[in-house]
Design a protein around this ligand. Sequence first.
Ligand code: CTP
Ligand code: MG
Length: 233
Amino acid sequence: SACWIIVPAAGIGARMNADIPKQYLSLAGKTVLEWTLQRLHQVPDVKGIVVAIRDDDKHWPALELSRLYPTLTVVAGGDERHLSVLNALNALRLQADPDDWVLVHDAARPCIHLTDIAALRHHLQSHAVGGILATPVSDTLKSVVESRCIETTLDRSVLWQAQTPQQFRYGLLRDALLAAQQHNHLVTDESSALERAGYQPLIIEGRRDNLKITRPEDLALAGWILQQQETAQ
Ligand code: CTP
Ligand code: MG
């Protein structure tokens, strides 16, 4: 089955506290979004890449990425991340088969390794649903009640941190996100929508350096990781 890539890039980056959305901040000589798209364009056997961008985004046109990557499709983002992804899925409606694969990857994860994407695709080859890159949790996690009192310590041995890409069958992902939209469910990643629909996506262990740029201190670390990765090549 064919493979498509969706890049949600329509967030405002509130936690980053910068004056522009974090996907347009620059690190190691390029914007975050340029790093991400450059890597995703090297993934083999991909039928198309769809990027979700905010309607009023003035930074996107300035980068001229549509000229650099003529096969890129741009759609309007939604108010929530999963609604941005849903818009992108809808844009593929006439071209994609229900059994096609869709890889959803955060614009804010520029350090993604091609070997991790290859591992994800390899492990899911004959899977009916899909799965995600994730890392085992290394800290001890506490469940805390409102008054900041610790209620309990979670069993770390069963806990993983979800990353992207998350890879799912086109038809299942679209149905799950449509259901989430209809019922106003909280969806923080694609997998959670499929879990709610009763599926059990697979976990594939990824690299720790595939961090999501979320807070100001993440930027310097991501810049360092990108530089290390480039010199290692
Ligand atoms: N995203 C999106 N549409 C939204 C919200 C988020 O496409 N309505 C994208 C972001 O651009 C980002 C990815 O989803 O690449 C992961 O989301 P997150 O890290 O939460 O980014 P932001 O929502 O921009 O940041 P914050 O939550 O701090 O505002
Ligand atoms: Mg967000």
